[in-house]
Write a protein that binds this ligand. Structure first.
Ligand SMILES: Cc1cc2nc3c(=O)[nH]c(=O)nc-3n(C[C@H](O)[C@H](O)[C@H](O)COP(=O)(O)OP(=O)(O)OC[C@H]3O[C@@H](n4cnc5c(N)ncnc54)[C@H](O)[C@@H]3O)c2cc1C
Length: 395
């Protein structure tokens, strides 16, 4: 069975759903293909911090009503080290804030707007997705639907929004550059049914290893613990998790509230960037094109940035102007590399001082000098605040 559309969007994460919504809203035909069920993607917890520019952009397209009604906002983070609290007030310095809104809530809203309100064509639980003839004017996507039938979607363009494990990236030509970086560390990512212990993000820079705290809602908090790469969840029983979180994050006047752990998984911290992000009629967006470890909470923000640009570029194409589509990859990548550089900067600050004595005392002392400059110089803090909140990152 075959369908004809203008844009086949592969993957219903934040990137694919944003592209599909914007196209649908502009009257540009598209088909959205997702390998998991709607229920699954609406319950998959991951990100939670959305930068203000992204929320404003979603709102311009009518995609942030519930977010603006219900999300909390944050304007500072706290570095905790040597038993003391040090505040980084990026909201005051940049005039921008983070919105705290769990990724699954945003995905739920975007699916509802596209499918229920907009009557958009979304096909869930597809399998064996394959892309064809991308370097011609008549590409296509084939897949097996949830009833086991072979399907084909003929289209003008493919938006490859299928994340880090998807198929789209594999269709980039051999001469596309894939820049990779491995931090050589792991993070144990945790979700606890516990109210946030602070009004800002907490960064614990500690000789036992880095730890972090980020609100997700009034009842749920995300925590991270640095661990060896390749470590397993089994080596982190609940009692050990809380002992380490208390040791690395709690300080006098800054206690950590405990609760039931509802998610526990080890992330090996690595990054990649595919350049260019376009090949023929295929344009990648989000983690299909670039992964940034969750050190600075940047991945979903970048996915939204790409998606907004890509939908805008498709719109311009159908009005007879290809300049935005031609420049799509370069425009995305300037922000991608600023965010990668910022994540690397923060990673050095977070991880270089671990172990007592540090394994590399020179790097440890450099990291401590950076931290003192961030906390002691308003000019340095202002420059960092702009990238942290994404107010200025298109250099
Ligand atoms: C623990 C954790 C915390 C994070 N915290 C933050 C944060 O606070 N802020 C932030 O900005 N980012 C954060 N991130 C990163 C963020 O979650 C991702 O960057 C974001 O999900 C990327 O969106 P995407 O749409 O590109 O990809 P995805 O969300 O991965 O969506 C891709 C979709 O494609 C589907 N798919 C895959 N293969 C196929 C296929 N072959 N065919 C069809 N569909 C397919 C997948 O099922 C998925 O639904 C965090 C990540 C993790 C793991």
């Amino acid at each position: 069975m075959s369908t004809r559309t203008k844009v086949a969007v592969v993957g219903a994460g934040p990137a694919g759903l944003t592209v599909a919504n914007l196209l649908n809203h502009s009257g540009i035909d598209c088909v959205l293909l997702e390998e998991r069920s709607r229920t699954h993607i609406e319950q998959r917890p991951r990100a939670g911090f959305i930068e203000e520019w992204a929320v404003r952009a979603l709102d311009e397209h009518g995609l942030a009503d519930r977010l603006l009604r219900t999300a909390g906002t944050q304007t500072f983070s706290e570095f905790r080290f040597d038993g003391a609290r040090h505040f980084f007030r990026y909201g005051d310095l940049s005039g921008h804030r983070h919105f705290v809104y769990p990724q699954q809530e945003l995905v739920t809203d975007l699916v509802a707007t596209y499918v229920d309100d907009g009557g958009g064509d979304a096909r869930f639980e597809v399998a064996d997705v394959r892309l064809h003839d991308l370097d011609t004017d008549a590409p296509a996507v084939t897949y097996t639907d949830r009833d086991g039938r072979e399907q084909r979607v003929d289209c003008d363009f493919v938006a490859g929004c299928d994340g880090a494990q998807g198929v789209s990236r594999k269709h980039m030509p051999p001469d596309a550059v894939v820049a990779r970086h491995d931090y050589g560390i792991g993070w144990l990512a945790l979700l606890a049914e516990a109210p946030p212990s602070a009004d800002g993000v907490l960064f614990g820079v500690h000789p036992r290893g880095f730890a972090a705290h980020m609100a997700r809602s009034d009842r749920v908090t995300r925590f991270y613990l640095q661990c060896p790469p390749g470590d397993t969840e089994d080596s982190w029983p609940d009692e050990r998790v809380w002992r380490e979180l208390q040791a690395r994050l709690a300080v006098p006047g800054g206690e950590i509230t405990e609760g039931e752990l509802i998610e526990k998984r080890v992330l090996d911290m690595h990054n990649y960037v595919v350049e260019p992000m376009s090949h023929g009629r295929l344009h990648l967006a989000g983690e299909a094109a670039h992964l940034v470890a969750p050190i600075a909470a940047k991945g979903m923000n970048l996915a939204l940035h790409d998606a907004l640009l890509l939908a805008d570029a498709f719109g311009a194409h159908y009005r007879g102007d290809d300049a935005k589509l031609d420049g799509y990859s370069d425009t995305c990548l300037s922000r991608v590399w600023q965010y990668q550089e910022f994540s690397q900067w923060l990673s050095d600050v977070f991880h270089s001082s671990t172990q007592d004595p540090p394994s590399d005392p020179f790097r440890a002392r450099l990291a401590q000098a950076r931290l003192r400059r961030l906390l002691g110089s308003e000019a340095t803090a202002t420059a960092l605040a702009e990238v942290y909140i994404g107010k200025r990152a298109d250099f």
